[in-house]
Design a protein around this ligand. Structure first.
Ligand code: UDP
Length: 496
């Protein structure tokens, strides 16, 4: 049996933490931010990702230079076992999970046991922080090699709790779903507002033996085998649901928003000087021309539109959004990834036959880029609304920028988050399961004009709470601090 044998000098060095995200933009982004925060706290960090992600990260960001300034920081790669030209997304995403759970599992165990993930100074890994969606195999390895493991889950607390409740929903017969608009009774604490329509997208499977539904339930269960769960939320946003989660997972570190922690800590490092540019962890080429366009727009006049890194839509859906935006007569900045539109038929590349009213309307009031510097865009004074797919990173970035949202959830946790945005936090509107130009037009105007004050006040309140939470003594600040102390303690206990 392979086992990680500690180096004789191990306890003299700072702990080495291995961070291993799911190889996707949102997961990589928040995990790399946590990695930098831990490095700023003096820990030695190994950031492990696949060559597919590593190559895109290094192509679009200067991460090697950025992390070279942190002693003991290592960027390492591990194969995901798939050929280079595999899409790793859409309908073939399941193949990525299968390959990670077999090929990558074997490689990871060997790399850990043979100290390939450490440096001369800190050769052994004293704590693993693995993506919550990869809890099963990472916990198997950690248990076998006797390395403490924590899981970082990017879902909001409500979505995580709904996933934890899947076995219960199956046993009580609430799944499979029968009536999308009925309230769910089997997710405690959310009985008053969670409809079946708002459950994580996997719950829409018609068969409870569906491999994705079963896989999600299994990975969520495995998290309880680790030493703790890091959640990308904060107490003031989801305190009551966090209390429910603690009944099953007692050691929770709710540390959001991680991008704000990083900004504050970098500012401190640079003696309170504003950090000139944000640290990017982008897998796409950022088009900064939109910042110049934003500079030329009036204050609070633009709605920013982005559906994140994995959403795919049909050309018909694209047209509904486009018409809705143009008909709203509001200014808009739209980040459309080159691979966002799913080609439906021969000759339908989404670029042909664009009606003149759309091109004219866009020329007058719109701007489009492939990928935007989103955090900066949301903080720009001309932006006052966000049409989003409701990824948790995007939601937290929007709250921190004080920008209300319209949510059009695509998959996974986004169905739950969009419900929270509209009925729990009341910081925007939920456009779930609808894609019609008239609704887009109406919601854009409701958000930007009719109900603007109401949403602005609510999001400003949460922004204030979020700032308090990451400030000294605040809940996220203290939880992050406790996380760092616990990682130190794990190093002290490291068996020699
Ligand atoms: N993002 C960006 N530019 C874009 C679109 C998205 O920088 O044009 C970033 C965004 O700031 C966020 C991340 O990509 O940090 C997307 O993460 P999220 O959890 O919102 O959604 P996902 O892509 O994982 O579905």
């Amino acid at each position: 049996m392979e086992k990680q044998v500690p180096h004789p000098q191990e306890n003299l060095c700072p702990p080495r933490v291995l961070l291993f995200p799911l190889p996707e933009q949102g997961h990589v982004n928040r995990m790399l931010k946590l990695a930098e925060v831990l490095a700023l706290a003096g820990l030695h960090v190994t950031f492990l990702t696949t060559p597919f992600i590593h190559n895109r990260l290094t192509r679009h960001n200067d991460i090697e230079t950025r992390f070279a300034s942190y002693p003991g920081f290592l960027l390492k790669t591990i194969s995901d076992g798939l050929p280079e030209d595999h899409p790793r997304s859409g309908e073939r995403k399941m193949e990525l999970f299968i390959s990670l759970n077999t090929v990558t599992k074997r490689l990871l165990k060997h790399m850990l046991a043979t100290h390939q993930l450490g440096s001369n100074l800190s050769p052994s890994v004293s704590c693993i922080i693995a993506d919550g969606t990869l809890a099963g195999f990472t916990t198997d390895i950690a248990t076998e090699l006797q390395i403490p493991i924590l899981h970082f889950h990017g879902f909001c607390a409500c979505a995580f709790w709904a996933c934890s409740s899947i076995p219960n929903l199956i046993v009580t017969g609430e799944l499979p779903v029968r009536d999308m608009d009925k309230l769910v009774t089997g997710v405690s604490g959310m009985e008053s507002f969670l409809r079946f329509r708002d459950l994580p997208s996997f719950c829409r499977a018609s068969d409870t033996k569906d491999p994705i539904l079963q896989g999600i339930a299994r990975e969520t269960r495995h998290i309880s085998r680790g030493q703790g769960l890091i959640l990308h939320t904060f107490e003031e946003l989801e305190g009551p649901i966090l209390s429910h989660i603690r009944t099953k997972y007692p050691n929770i570190y709710s540390i959001a928003p991680i991008h704000t922690h990083l900004k504050l800590k970098l500012k401190l490092k640079h003696a309170n000087k504003e950090v000139s540019s944000q640290p990017f962890n982008s897998l796409f080429e950022i088009d900064r021309t939109c910042m110049t366009w934003l500079d030329a727009q009036p204050l609070n006049s633009v709605i920013y539109v982005s559906f994140g890194s994995t959403t795919v839509m049909t050309n018909d859906q694209l047209m509904e959004f486009w018409y809705g935006l143009v008909k709203s007569k509001q200014r808009f900045l739209w980040a459309i990834r080159h691979d966002m539109v799913h080609i439906q038929g021969e000759g339908d590349d989404g670029k042909n036959n664009i009606p003149a009213e759309l091109t004219e309307g866009t020329k007058e009031r719109g701007y489009m880029v492939g990928w935007a510097p989103q955090e900066e865009v949301l903080e720009h004074p001309s932006v006052c609304g966000f049409l989003t797919h409701s990824g948790m990173n995007s939601i937290l970035e929007s709250i921190m920028a004080g920008v209300p949202m319209i949510c059009w959830p695509y998959h996974a946790d986004q169905q739950v988050i969009s419900r929270c945005v509209s009925v729990m936090w009341k910081i925007g509107l939920d456009m779930k399961d609808v894609c019609e130009r008239n609704i887009v037009e109406k919601m854009v105007n409701d958000l930007m004009v009719e109900r603007r004050e109401e949403f602005q006040k609510a999001v400003d309140d949460y922004r204030r709470l979020a700032i308090k939470s990451v400030s000294e003594g605040g809940s996220s600040y203290s939880n992050l601090d406790r996380l760092i102390q616990d990682i130190h303690k794990m190093n002290d206990k490291f068996p020699i």
